[in-house]
Structure formats: structure tokens, C-alpha cells
Design a binder for this molecule. Structure first.
Ligand code: GLC
Length: 820
């Protein structure tokens, strides 16, 4: 069953059957002001932090779903009938109205045809300004003149999510609203400079003060007692009440009167933003300047489109796999970028009560987008470096602001939740996730390979446990030294088999091995060491100590983890093996088998056998399960995974994040068909016509999909905020299509299905464009036989063709012929 389609020419997903089974969300804003909204305009807006600076309120996980939101109501003033452009919250029957939602890149369009009025509401945030624009267009498709009321409505939030949900004693009586000059201003009086505004402008009214306009600043006056957003009294009555008050719950409720001749059209704006009335006035003057056509809005919308176009054009592919083209060229990069931007703290599941960076998640996310967003990658890397302790472990979850010099607050409010002291922020070894900081090393190296920013390795940053927020200083060492401390920590924290300890958790949050040992961490250490040594050699530094360590790690992995059939997942503290043929439950795991290969530690024979086991035991038509068989009884030596229902989350669900590891592992092994079989199984757009099963957005990877042990096998959960976003992009572009930046050359080393005759990639790297065409006349999976760069032969190494760096600004033709 389908609810929509991909409109790739506009880079939109179009929902043309609006009653989708769950919220299908999207994000707006790419800088400080951001929001997340569903296909029915439910959602919330925040400024920089969804925890500390909420602008609009959201009642998460509630019924009716997705309330409240940023709504445009239309009322026919002759009949009194009213509706919303976004279907909900009024929710006319789809039999009498036609609703469409177009999810675009950082914008959403809600379209509606009802009662011969065609309406559209576009939500977006200009690149330059912290203002959310609601661009509303209306057309009268009937043959009579229409008198309409158009309402913009949003419910304001108190900034701090905790005081918006728990203790209203201060906030409720210490914030006020007022209306003046056509602008509603909400003053969070209890905060220093806490203001929000809501205003409108329309094309036919240059003064910005529409004569027939009216307002409500108080939510309860706009909605009315015993009512909801479905039937607000102000809309039903056809007039707002002019409410405002010091204290209470505030809203932006503005009514504009519109008259439309047959065939007549109009356009008006609502502007919701950060700042006080003056800021609102400035934004209205800038975007609503009575040109009649709102060209500043059009220019801002176009700039947003160009912003994404420029990013996407850095890597565009054309392959025989349409699903792959759609994902890689549009949605997959978008999702990966959104992850880095929002770092997993703003969605309908993570509802903003936990601002901060997850060490492992952010480290991995930052690795995926250095080509499209080098500044953001670098910013995240620096934040993570500052979140590292001198002991060499990362703070599992931290707020990067902790490690910035703190301004002295103007006054201390009793509503503010106490900030933990520096020592409370630094957790001890009991809370260390053994993998966290290891991810940072490859991320740094990939960033340098992409950008050529070799100087980064020698920049100095302080360690978290030495940082003094009052002075903004701490003991600083180079990035290179930070990397050494990370490696030294993992080399120290090993168990009796010589395998790294699992500690609080390894990549798998629910495998809590403590002093037991984790194959995942040892393989990851091997991977990090390989990256580190490569960089060190390129920088001309002696790393023989780390080269020896690499060899030692590899030996212990082969010796202790190869179990004759596949790679063991680890050992509990009492020495029981996990993920090995003797186990009744949790016999085969994705992490150890994929990472044995990705890390470069496994031999090809063992690697092939291991991945055969993955295919045999973990493959489903919706992707690969994390482990098999599922755990059925609590076993606290193994961890929380044994207390998760079978087929959900880490307990044998199709956990998306490790799936791309399997594609990459198969690509390393040279088995293109297998890699593509796994790729296609997880590909969200491949499930566009199976929404009765999938339920979730088909344009997004989701954190997990219920596994075969669960009654809802195939149902996807938790879209957008998942490491599978970046990893799918990374694995598909670097391993399957095989385009990999090195320190001084660009490698082309694909692994594709033998049936693919060819594919091409446009890749921008270090300011030069490479048009890579790969031909596969001999129907192989892997192997580069010939390569020509602008007509000249290029060296073929063990890692495929190595294209030397070309002049910035140049356009280069790369022709690769595959063959045994
Ligand atoms: C979630 C967490 C991530 C973890 C994964 C597996 O996605 O955000 O940190 O690695 O689950 O447990």
C-alpha cells in the first residue's frame, strides 16, 4: 500500500494520501532556528537548543497525534465552514477534500483543495534569519466571490523543556503577551532577553496592519474551554477576542480577512521568530515588504534550494539501481546532514530533553559528511576532542557548551535547573562506553583525507577534565596527542583473552559486558590504529609502537575470536562466549562478523565464512537482523539486550545501523551481488509500496525494523536520527561505488553486481570535479583493469585506481574499466 511517491525532479517526497499510519516528519532550519514537523503540520520550533530554548510547544507521544503545530485555518465567512491547509487538526474527510504534503529539503508544503479554494502553506526558515516563514497562497476556484478568514496559529512554549512540563510556578506567572503594531510579542519575563513574536503580512496591505485583522495572544482564549485545535472558538466564531495577559499560556493567533474574486489569488505570510517586537518588525519589513509578490521570500526560498543543491552536487551518482540513485542523490545525504546538525536530540521520539552530543553517535555522524559540510564536521570533531578526558575516554553524553567559556549570568533565576559542576560532568570508568572515543580517530582521518587540512592534527585543544569554564582554559595537547590517548586507553583496558573490555557498553548499548570482553571494540581498535598509523606515516612521524600494537590486536582477534565458523561477539565477565556456535541464543552477531572484515583484521577465507553466516542466519527481506536467535530470558551478565522483547531494538530486530557495515564488508570481500542484496533489503524507498507493513517514512532510514520474532515484523521505527543515515551513505559511496578520498589521491575501487554494465559518479574533491565513468564489460564484481584520467593512463594499485589530485577548479574525466 502506497501513500505517496518520490518527485526527484523537485527533490520532494509527495504524500498524496494524507492519512499515513504514523507521523511522517521532516526538519526545517539549518542553523540556529530549527523545527521538526509532521505531514500534518504538528511539531515544534526551537532556537539552538530544543531543551533550553523551545519556541513552540509540543505534546509528544500523545493523542491525537502530532499536536499542537503551526496551523493555518481557513474559514468561509459566508457558510461558517472551516478547515486547515495541513489536513489536521480540523481534519476534513479526505473524500470531500484533497490534501497533499510535500516534504522537501528543509521545507514542507501543505496543499489543500476544499470547497473550491486551493490553498498552500509552505514552512521554511531562511538561511540568514531566525524566523520561520509560513508562506500561504490561496486561490478561488469557484465562480463566485469568496469572503474568507485566514488564521495563523501556534502555541508558544516556555523555553526550558523541564519547566514547560513540570513546575509551572514561575513560568506560568512570569511570562506575558501583548499585541501592538500587528505583532504578538511573548515576553518570558523570568529570563534575560527571552522574547518571541508572531506577525503577519499580506500582499495587498503595504502597511502590515490589515484593517479586518484581529488577534489572540492567549491560547485558552483562542481555543476556548473544552475545545481543542480541532475546533477553536476563535475560528468557529470568525473572530479573535483580542486577548493578552501578563501570565498564562500564550499563543500566536492572528486572523486576516481575505476577499477573492472568481479565479482570484492572494498570498500572505505569517512570521514566527526569535526576538522581541522590534525583531518581528524588522523581519516583517524584510520579508513582507509590500511588493505584492513577496520577492524577498522567494529569494530566501531559492537560496535554501541552492544551499542543498550545492551540497548534493558534490556527489551525484547514476547507477542501474534507481532506489540507490534516489537515496544517494537526495535523501540519504539529507538525513546524514540532519543527524550531524541535530545530533540525535530533536525528533518526535527524542523530544529535546537531552541536549548534547552522544560521543559515539556524533563521532560517526561527523565522519559521513566532510565533503558536503566540512565546517560542521570540523566543529563536531573539535567539540568531541574537548569532551575527551586525559585518561583517553570520551564523555558518553555531554553538552559542548560545558567546554566553552561561560558568560556570567545577569541574574540567577529560581526556575533554572542547576548546572552540574565541572567534576560532576566528568563520569568515571564505570560509565565509559568502550567504543566511544575510538570512532573519533577514523573521523578525524577521513576529515583530513577529504579536506587536505593536515594542520588539524597539530591544533591544540584542552581535555574535558582539565577545563575551567570560568577562564575557558585547560591543559591542551594536539589532536594527534588526543588520538594517542584514545588508543592507549583501549590498549590498557583489555581482559584475560587480550580482547578489549566491553565496559558499560560497546557500540551496542544493550550489551553491557563490564569487565567482560568485546570483539567489536578490539576490531574497532584495529580500525582506528590503521587510520592513525596511516596519518602518522603521511605526516612523517614515528609510530612503530602503534604499528606493533596493530599487529598484536590482529593476532589476538584471530586467535581468540575466530571460532571455526564465524567471529565470536565477546566474552562475559565470567568467561562465557557470546555469539559463538555453542550459544543457544545470541549465536551469531552482526558486529563481530562485519567488523572483523571492515577493520582489516580478518583473513579473506575467514571473512567470507563469517559473512556467509551473516547471510544464512541474519538475512530477512527487510534487512539484516542484529543477532540470532533472539534472547528470551534476562541474563545480566550479557546485558540489557536480554531484557528487550524478541525482535525489537538490539534483541534481534533489523537494527539499521550495522546493515551498511555488512554492505561494506561484502564489498571488501568482492561480492557485489551480496552487497547489493543487503543494500536493497534495507533501502527505505524499496518499501514505498509496503507501508501497511513498514508504517514509517519511506524516504528515511529508521533506527530499527521489527524482526521476524515480533508480531509486527517489518514495521520500521524511529526515523531520521540514526547512525544508519551516515553509514549507508558512507558504505554505498565509498565501498560499493568505491570512490574514496585518500591523503593525496582519489581511489576508484568499486564492488558492484556483475550484471551492472556501468555507472557514473560526479565527485567534487578538494575543489576539483571528477566525472568518473566506470564500465564493466567483463561482468565482474570487483577489480580495476584500466583507468584513464583526461586521456592519460593512471596507476592501478591494490586499492583500485589512484587518481592524483587535480588543480582546483578543474573538471576531470575519469574512465575506469573493470576486469579481473
Ligand atoms: C542507538 C544509539 C547508539 C547505539 C545504537 C545501538 O542508535 O544512539 O549510540 O550505538 O543504538 O545500541
Amino acid at each position: 500500500m502506497k501513500y505517496g511517491y518520490f518527485d526527484n525532479s523537485r527533490r520532494e517526497y509527495v504524500i498524496d494520501r494524507i492519512d499515513v499510519p504514523v507521523s511522517w516528519t521532516n526538519y526545517i532550519g539549518v542553523k540556529d532556528l530549527c523545527g521538526v514537523f509532521s505531514h500534518t503540520a504538528g511539531g515544534y520550533l526551537f532556537y539552538k537548543s530544543p531543551e533550553y530554548h523551545r519556541i513552540t510547544r509540543f505534546r509528544p507521544n500523545g493523542v491525537p497525534m502530532d499536536r499542537p503545530g503551526h496551523y493555518v485555518y481557513i474559514r468561509d465567512d459566508e457558510t461558517g465552514d472551516y478547515w486547515t491547509l495541513s489536513w489536521q487538526p480540523v481534519g476534513k474527510s479526505p473524500d470531500s477534500a484533497r490534501y497533499t504534503c510535500r516534504h522537501g529539503l528543509s521545507y514542507i508544503k501543505y496543499q489543500c483543495e476544499y470547497a473550491s479554494i486551493r490553498g498552500e502553506q509552505t514552512l521554511f526558515i531562511p538561511l540568514e534569519d531566525p524566523v520561520e516563514i509560513w508562506d500561504v497562497r490561496l486561490r478561488n476556484d469557484s465562480d463566485r466571490k469568496r469572503r474568507l478568514s485566514v488564521y495563523g496559529y501556534a502555541e508558544f512554549s516556555f523555553h526550558h523543556i523541564q519547566i514547560d512540563n513540570q513546575n509551572f510556578q514561575m513560568s506560568l506567572y512570569a511570562s506575558g503577551s501583548s499585541h501592538q503594531d500587528g505583532i504578538i510579542e511573548v515576553d518570558l519575563f523570568y529570563e534575560d532577553g527571552g522574547f518571541q513574536y508572531f506577525t503577519a503580512a499580506d500582499a495587498n496591505d503595504e502597511s502590515g496592519t490589515n484593517e479586518a485583522a484581529c488577534f489572540d495572544c492567549l491560547r485558552d482564549a483562542f481555543i476556548g474551554p473544552y475545545r481543542s485545535e480541532t475546533n477553536p472558538i476563535a475560528v468557529e466564531r470568525g473572530a479573535c477576542s483580542g486577548s493578552s495577559e501578563l501570565g498564562g499560556n500564550h499563543c500566536g493567533g492572528l486572523r486576516r480577512a481575505v476577499e477573492l474574486e472568481p479565479g482570484g489569488e492572494t498570498r500572505l505570510l505569517f512570521l514566527l521568530g526569535e526576538g522581541n517586537r522590534e525583531a518581528g518588525k524588522a523581519m516583517r519589513a524584510k520579508y513582507g515588504a509590500g511588493t505584492g509578490a513577496f520577492s524577498p521570500v522567494d529569494a530566501a526560498f531559492k537560496a535554501l534550494g541552492d544551499f542543498w543543491k550545492e551540497k548534493l552536487e558534490k556527489l551525484q551518482v547514476s547507477t542501474p539501481n534507481e532506489g540507490m540513485n534516489t537515496m544517494l542523490n537526495i535523501w540519504n545525504l539529507y538525513q546524514a546532514e540532519i543527524n550531524v546538525l541535530f545530533s540525535r536530540f530533536a525528533s518526535f521520539i527524542e523530544v529535546g530533553g537531552r541536549t548534547g552530543l552522544g560521543y559515539r553517535d556524533t563521532s560517526q555522524d561527523a565522519m559521513m559528511i566532510p565533503h558536503s559540510n566540512p565546517e560542521k564536521s570540523r566543529q563536531r570533531l573539535v567539540q568531541l576532542l574537548k569532551g575527551l578526558t586525559t585518561a583517553g575516554y570520551g564523555l558518553h553524553l555531554f553538552n559542548p557548551e560545558w567546554f566553552e567559556k561561560q558568560p556570567v549570568p545577569a541574574f540567577n533565576s529560581p526556575t533554572v535547573v542547576p548546572v552540574p559542576s565541572v567534576s560532576q560532568r566528568i563520569h568515571g570508568i564505570a560509565d565509559v562506553c568502550a567504543d566511544d572515543a575510538l570512532w573519533l580517530i577514523p573521523s578525524i582521518v577521513e576529515y583530513i583525507r577529504e579536506t587536505g587540512d593536515f594542520g588539524f592534527a597539530d591544533e591544540k585543544y584542552p581535555y574535558a577534565d582539565t577545563f575551567d569554564p570560568a577562564t575557558g582554559e585547560g591543559m591542551s595537547e594536539t589532536v594527534f596527542d588526543h588520538m594517542k590517548r584514545i588508543l592507549d586507553f583501549s590498549a590498557r583496558e583489555i581482559g584475560p583473552h587480550g580482547i578489549c573490555k566491553g565496559l558499560r557498553a560497546d557500540w551496542n548499548d544493550c550489551l553491557n559486558l563490564g569487565g567482560g570482553e568485546s570483539a567489536m571494540v578490539s576490531f574497532l581498535l584495529h580500525w582506528a590504529l590503521t587510520h592513525f598509523c596511516g596519518l602518522a606515516r603521511r605526516l612523517g612521524r614515528d609510530v612503530s609502537r602503534y604499528e606493533e600494537l596493530t599487529a598484536r590486536v590482529r593476532e589476538s582477534c584471530e586467535r581468540e575470536l575466530w571460532n571455526g565458523s564465524w567471529y565470536t561477539r565477546g566474552f562475559t565477565a565470567s568467561g562465557r562466549a557470546i555469539g559463538s556456535p555453542d550459544c543457544k541464543e545470541g549465536r551469531v552477531f552482526m558486529e563481530s562478523n562485519t567488523w572483523a572484515i571492515l577493520s582489516g583484521a580478518a583473513s579473506p577465507e575467514h571473512g567470507k565464512a563469517a559473512m556467509d553466516a551473516v547471510d544464512q542466519y541474519l538475512y530477512t527481506p527487510y534487512g539484516l537482523k542484529l543477532c540470532d536467535p533472539a534472547y528470551s530470558e534476562p541474563d545480566d551478565e550479557v546485558g540489557f539486550v536480554t531484557r528487550v522483547y524478541k525482535g525489537l531494538k538490539e534483541n534481534a530486530a533489523i537494527f539499521s545501523h550495522p546493515n551498511p557495515w555488512a554492505w561494506a564488508a561484502e564489498a571488501v570481500l568482492g561480492r557485489g551481488d551480496r552487497a547489493m542484496k543487503f543494500y536493497d533489503a534495507l533501502c527505505p524507498c524499496g518499501q514505498n509500496d509496503k507501508i501497511e507493513v513498514r508504517k514509517a517514512e519511506p524516504y528515511m532510514y529508521c533506527q530499527f525494523i521489527a524482526g521476524p520474532d515480533h508480531s509486527a515484523f517489518g514495521r520500521a521505527h524511529h526515523p531520521f536520527m540514526t547512525g544508519s543515515a551516515g553509514w549507508s551513505y558512507f558504505a554505498a559511496t565509498r565501498y560499493i561505488l568505491g570512490i574514496r578520498p585518500g591523503f593525496d589521491s582519489l581511489a576508484v575501487d568499486p564492488c558492484i553486481p556483475p550484471s551492472w554494465p556501468s555507472f557514473s559518479v560526479r565527485r567534487l574533491w578538494r575543489d576539483a570535479v571528477y566525472h568518473v565513468t566506470v564500465k564493466n564489460p567483463h561482468n565482474v564484481s570487483k577489480g580495476v583493469k584500466e583507468c584513464r584520467l583526461n586521456g592519460q593512463d593512471v596507476k592501478i594499485g591494490s586499492m583500485g585506481a589512484e587518481i592524483p589530485i587535480q588543480r582546483p577548479g578543474s573538471e576531470n574525466q575519469v574512465m575506469v574499466v573493470m576486469g579481473a
